[in-house]
Design a protein around this ligand. Structure first.
Ligand code: HEM
Length: 445
């Protein structure tokens, strides 16, 4: 196994030689738990190519604009939820990306159904979180352990699979087949799933989908559902942590919001262009505590030579995004949270400072195809939350002050170890703005 520690090496191998560095290692646990259909784990082959093409079509920068109304509605629901019950702020936040993706991917409607789909995603995600802890399963190193029955010592891989397999398949299949049933009943609503199925039906001159087509459509949408959940909420959680730990940054962002948006309304997508400091906060959050500190591993498909080193076929090649994002040559005082580092003398984002997004979302052909979704949702969430609320560390359940730390969990997809608990309206006026949002949008999640 090789871990690349510099952007230069990652670009030279994962991007410039992507024809041989774009596969993924086979995970014994993923196979046992039935995660091996997932786009992000597929080897570099024709199935991956076809799924990735469909995925990118529905998550391009242009397509994301179609999803703005849903993103905005769900962010409004979050604001109302935080106003009603600030102590559940972190839970409201964690539910936001799942609710948005359930609506976009499957056209789920109504607070109760959304809540049900959020719970379904949670059930499926439980296993992937554990699988992504490096070294969590001995069976990844000694594949023969996969054959040990669950009830024998050493059978933990099978036991784990038994516990989680049903939830994974349910999460992938249930919402998708509900869409197929709705299409057949003539009652479907627009969604990625319905658009994929109907597009394939058209290609078949109206005939039913083949088993391969059905699996492709189902798995592409399932990959979006899974890809969006923990990653995007992780980024939002780090942003809120950073804001609470840096009151100066918070008030500077609020001053910018007051100037651009004013006091009589909440921000919308059209304001984001003019919120340069807010954009810099999102970039600095992506850099400061990266959600995927070690990216995702690749499998080298042919022998290679790099800088005089022979790298044999079959080598697992990972990259240390965390270290790259802390390289002092690119980012002065890298431990500090300083959004200003991205702003040039003209007050705009400085193109000469390396964009952390080009590292944190991966490299080459396997780079994250959900990047525009994640950044759009996080930025509008940040604009709305900072415009409406003041965020502070607060106190815990027993009244002791919360001590916030710039610290992340050790999982493959990480989140903060501490989180602020005080979310208060900035003023009676912003409280009123949140109050006036969609009547009834606080019931449900
Ligand atoms: C803060 C949010 C996110 C972060 C930090 C993130 C990060 C990553 C990283 C590091 C990879 C691996 C790239 C590589 O191999 O070099 C990846 C892959 C992937 N991401 Fe994301 N991601 C985020 C959000 C999303 C969202 C919102 C979606 C779906 C809408 C998504 C879907 C995927 C998929 C499907 C892959 C696999 C691509 C492939 O293997 O071809 N991600 N992501």
């Amino acid at each position: 196994m090789i871990v690349l520690g510099s952007v230069q090496a990652a670009v030279e191998l994962l991007e410039n030689r992507s024809q041989i560095y774009s596969s993924r290692p086979i995970s014994v646990i993923a196979q046992l738990v039935s995660w091996d259909w997932l786009l992000s784990l597929l080897p570099y082959n024709a199935v991956w190519r076809s799924q990735r093409r469909f995925f990118v079509e529905h998550f391009s920068k242009t397509m994301i604009q179609e999803y703005h109304p849903i993103m905005l509605q769900e962010c409004h629901r979050l604001l109302v939820g935080c106003l009603a019950d600030p102590s559940r702020g972190r839970q409201h936040l964690r539910n936001l990306p799942s609710a948005v993706i359930a609506r976009i991917a499957y056209g789920v409607q109504g607070a109760t159904s959304i809540k049900e789909k959020v719970a379904l995603a949670e059930g499926g995600m439980a296993s992937i979180r554990q699988m992504l802890v490096p070294g969590a399963f001995l069976a990844e190193l000694i594949p023969a352990l996969r054959y040990i029955p669950a009830w024998l010592p050493g059978g933990s891989a099978r036991k784990f699979a038994q516990t989680h397999k049903k939830a994974v398949i349910r999460m992938r299949d249930q919402p998708f087949y509900e869409v197929v049933d709705a299409i057949n009943a003539g009652s479907s609503v627009p969604s990625i799933a319905s658009s994929l199925v109907m597009h394939m039906q058209e290609e078949n001159d109206g005939r039913e989908l083949t088993a391969d087509q059905e699996a492709t459509a189902r798995d592409v949408v399932g990959a979006a559902y899974i890809g969006a959940v923990d990653t995007t909420s992780g980024l939002m959680e780090f942003l809120i942590l950073a804001i609470a730990m840096h009151p100066g940054v918070q008030s500077k962002a609020q001053t910018e919001l007051d100037r651009v948006v004013g006091h009589s309304r909440l921000p919308g997508f059209r304001d984001l262009e003019d919120l340069t400091y807010l954009k810099a906060i999102v970039m600095e959050t992506v850099r400061w505590l990266p959600v995927a500190p070690l990216g995702a591993p690749r499998l080298l498909e042919r022998d290679d030579v790099y800088k005089g080193y022979h790298i044999p076929k079959g080598t697992v090649v990972s990259y240390n995004a965390w270290a790259m994002l802390r390289d002092p040559q690119d980012y002065e005082d890298p431990e500090k949270f300083v959004p200003e580092r991205f702003i040039g003398v003209n007050g705009m984002i400085d193109p000469l400072i390396r964009d952390p997004i080009s590292i944190a979302f991966g490299f080459g052909r396997r780079a994250c195809p959900g990047v525009s979704f994640a950044l759009s949702l996080t930025t509008i969430f940040a604009a709305l939350t900072l415009h409406a609320f003041d965020i502070e560390a607060g106190v815990d359940e027993v009244g002791d002050p919360v001590v916030l730390k710039a610290e992340q969990t050790g999982e493959g997809i990480s989140c903060p170890t501490t989180f602020p608990r005080s979310i208060k309206p900035r003023s009676a006026r912003t409280e009123g703005l949140v109050h006036d949002l969609i009547p009834g949008c606080d019931e449900g999640i």
